[in-house]
Design a protein around this ligand. Sequence first.
Ligand SMILES: Cc1ncc(COP(=O)(O)O)c(C=O)c1O
Length: 380
Amino acid sequence: MDTTLNDRLSNLLDNVKNARDSFLGYPVSKDFDYSPLYDFLQYPINNLGDPFEDSTYKVHTHEIEREVVDFFAKLFRANPKDYWGYVTNGGSESNLYGLYIAREMYPKAMVYYSESTHYSVKKNIHLLNIPSIVIRSQENGEIDYDDLEDTLRFNRHKPAIILATHGTTMKEAKDDVSTIKGILKKLAIQDHYIHCDGALSGTFGAFAEPRSPFDFLDGADSISISGHKFIGSPIPAGVIVTKRSLRDRVSKGISYIGSLDTTITGSRNGHSPLFLWYAIQKMGVEGLKARYEHSLEVANYCREQLQNIGINAWSNPGSITVVFPKVTDQLKNKWQLATEDDITHIICMPNVTIAQIDLFIEDVKTEMETAPLEEELMYY
Ligand SMILES: Cc1ncc(COP(=O)(O)O)c(C=O)c1O
């Protein structure tokens, strides 16, 4: 290979590797080994069309994509006779799909979402041109049910689309889908749709104790997750699971592809379903549960260690995210810690170890000892 090209590739690889090794602030798992799948990179795999239908283009992984959807449908307690879904490019596309189906069902609806909702949702609502109202969040990041009820009451003549979040981006708070369903019932708003954005926590929500209601039996009409977050994937990926009966409202037959055009994009990544499928095969439900328990243990440890040195660290119940007052730019940049307003968080993804937490705590201690008084105050 040409040496300049070689050098550039090897520099890029070093940069990516170094950046990967030192972050604690983003919900991305890094502990995967997909080497048995490398041969598949030689093929122009394209999952064009609906994974549950035949298609003329055969270089696809539809069969395993269906198994990924089956796995999550079961985990989310979907009606075995009425579910459907596909592997998307990520949580944002999955949310777009949930909102798209909701709007097709109720074109005159209003969307309600809390101020802690991920930024992709606002953009999706804008793209779909649906009127919306932002609901207050409680201090812990969960939707304010009183504000939701009051706002719904005021608009009860309109169908309602509720965008609930199971694991908000900064505080990993969970909106209670059963409570939301109860409010809709109390107000007799029969035309409603609940989409649950479970980008990070949807993957392990079934294992949390106590469980926070979020799935189909709890009242959701569609649920989205990001595949590259808790499971881990070299390519961003997501899953959307909804009801087949709802999908039927948006499906159109396209003779060029010999399939149904039910997905947001035409050409679709056929490799990412393969990664997710492989991970699920290797882990199974029990492995996924153990992965969550490990993350929870590390999160508990991290919170306690921060508290022990006087930092006001906290987590929502069952959450793998530890929230604390904003750190200095130096710490933020070294550990790539997401910081918003006056808080910073560490997300104890399955690859985060106690040893890494110890190193981070040492850095915090050093800064507390050496930082000028004004900076020190930021920790309290
Ligand atoms: C709550 C929530 N929803 C949606 C997303 C978007 O997911 P993705 O980055 O997979 O598009 C994120 C990403 O952090 C998130 O935290």
